[in-house]
Design a protein around this ligand. Structure first.
Ligand code: SAH
Ligand code: ZN
Ligand code: ZN
Ligand code: ZN
Ligand code: ZN
Length: 475
């Protein structure tokens, strides 16, 4: 069960074939768990969009859909398709680069490279004309506006520092074929590095839902893909490119690296990545090497799905992220980490950023992460030095103090005494902490570790998965 909003995702691959489709491919099946024992009602909702404004697809699982409504839905799905097919986008790109510089226009409003005959349609739009040099076209992530306002598709681009760290590390481990899932900046940097010729060549296949990239990358290096339902939009053709990529040289040099939107649900993501691993496994033994980039407070959820993964201390940096920037500005430190089935001891974290090797844990840890002999681990998740609390029997954040009335460590200004009227752990008024059914949940501790609760602005509940008022996915 994901979150405590009473909404659970049901993963049923066979059923996906019969799942109704929205413009984002097969919808996901959810169960709204009722109070007590009774079985909850199931419904389908869009897999990709958390904001109803982006996709309002909703259908009760037991609902009968009339033929008329079905047809209207298919029509709606067609109307939401990108303006051009991938092939058309590719030939437009060839036409575009053959234009003299002064005739090249990029429409900022439409996020589209426009050809001379189309200029009239974009007359009232904002256009870039000076800057569409070949050099610029090699960095589409700089030309396109990051999709940052839309909740469902927030695009946070890696800082160069993190791109080069990742690529050098992967090269060092012998990987040369990188499956980039939702990492357009990484794909771009791989291509740039190949052109510069300073480091060994790498191959990259980008899978992403952002169709604007069809303008810049051909079908052999970019598949329009939804990572929440493992859906390829150009069905057969794209699937072939994907399978060929995984099979190249027997797949021995392939590693998958993904940086999903942080609002995404963990279970459907893990299911998609497992499907990829199955395709890869047709050729190989063992597990497909994977790196899943996600905030540290999702650790237990990811490990629930992939028990063989470990979380590394490396803090991933972003360029345009208002909160997660490296250094003194913005937030103190990035909460975004690498989760991987590669062996942690092989992943050498940069010494000049303070990381060092813990020989007991056999992995590289952040500067402030001191090994605790009592916990027998380097316990810090956020990079700060944690402190062992004997009463709690575990290490806690440095800002926490042991509270004897709550019986555990908490922030000094925690809502103490509120547990008098209800449960400190889950907030329920029906039982006390002692009787809390969720008390043994390791995940709860981690959620307490978050800097701040996430409050839904529609229904005002905290840390829920799905807002029943606006049908928005939240965590
Ligand atoms: N740090 C990465 C970008 C991560 S932002 C980089 O610098 O390359 C998340 C990415 O996932 C975006 O590129 C976004 O377009 C993509 N994305 C969002 N929802 C998706 C979905 N449902 N399926 C596939 N990709 C998705
Ligand atoms: Zn250690
Ligand atoms: Zn400890
Ligand atoms: Zn304590
Ligand atoms: Zn809400």
């Amino acid at each position: 069960m994901e979150g405590h909003g009473g909404i659970e995702v049901i993963i049923q691959n066979e059923r996906d074939k019969t799942a109704p489709r929205c413009p984002h491919g097969p919808a996901l099946l959810f169960e709204k768990t009722g109070n007590g024992e009774e079985k909850g009602r199931r419904f389908y909702a869009c897999s990709a969009c958390r904001d109803r404004k982006d996709c309002n697809f909703f259908q009760w699982a037991d609902e009968q859909i009339s033929e008329a409504r079905m047809l209207a839905r298919e029509e709606q799905n067609r109307s939401k398709m990108p303006l051009f097919s991938h092939q058309e986008y590719s030939s437009r790109f060839r036409a575009f680069v053959s234009l003299p510089l002064e005739q090249r226009r990029f429409c900022v409003d439409c996020q589209l490279l426009i050809l001379p005959g189309e200029r009239a349609n974009h007359e009232k739009h904002k256009a870039l004309s000076e800057d569409t040099t070949v050099q610029r076209l090699k960095r589409p992530s700089l030309l396109l506006c990051p999709l940052e306002n839309k909740k469902s598709n927030a695009q946070y681009l890696f800082a160069d520092r993190s791109c080069h760290f990742l690529l050098d590390m992967l090269l060092g481990l012998g990987f040369q074929n990188i499956l980039c899932v939702g990492t357009p900046r990484l794909h771009e940097v791989i291509k740039l590095r190949n052109m510069e010729g300073k480091s060994p060549k790498m191959k990259s296949l980008l899978l992403d839902i952002d169709y604007r990239y069809c303008q810049f990358y051909g079908q052999d290096e970019f598949c329009l893909y939804n990572m929440f339902n493992h859906h390829f939009f150009d069905d057969e053709e794209a699937v072939t490119f994907f399978q060929d990529f995984l099979r190249e040289e027997g797949g021995a040099k392939v590693v998958m690296i993904t940086d999903p939107p942080f609002g995404g649900l963990v279970k459907p993501l893990a299911n998609s990545f497992s499907q990829m691993a199955i395709t890869w496994k047709n050729q190989n033994k063992g597990q497909m090497p994977m790196i899943w980039i996600f905030p540290y407070f999702f650790e237990s959820r990811i490990l629930e799905c992939f028990p063989s993964f470990s979380m590394l201390d490396y803090q991933v940096d972003y360029d345009n992220h208002p909160l997660y920037k490296h250094g003194k500005t913005g937030r103190k430190q990035s909460p975004v980490r690498l989760f991987t089935n590669l062996s942690p001891k092989d992943i050498i974290l940069p010494e000049d950023e303070g990381y060092r090797f813990c020989s007991v844990c056999e992995r590289y840890v952040s500067a402030g992460n001191k090994h605790c002999p009592k916990c027998d681990t380097c316990p810090s998740k956020d990079g700060r030095e944690w402190r062992h609390c004997d009463e709690c029997g575990r290490c806690v954040k440095p800002s926490w103090r042991h509270c004897s009335s709550c019986g555990h460590c908490a922030l000094p200004d925690h809502p103490c005494g509120q547990s008098q009227t209800g449960c400190f752990n889950c907030g329920s008024q029906k039982h006390k902490l002692r009787a809390c059914p969720k008390k043994h949940n390791k995940r709860k501790n981690e959620e307490n570790d978050k800097e701040k609760d996430i409050r839904c602005k529609h229904c005002d509940l905290v840390n829920i998965t799905f807002c029943l008022r606006s049908h928005i996915y939240l965590l």
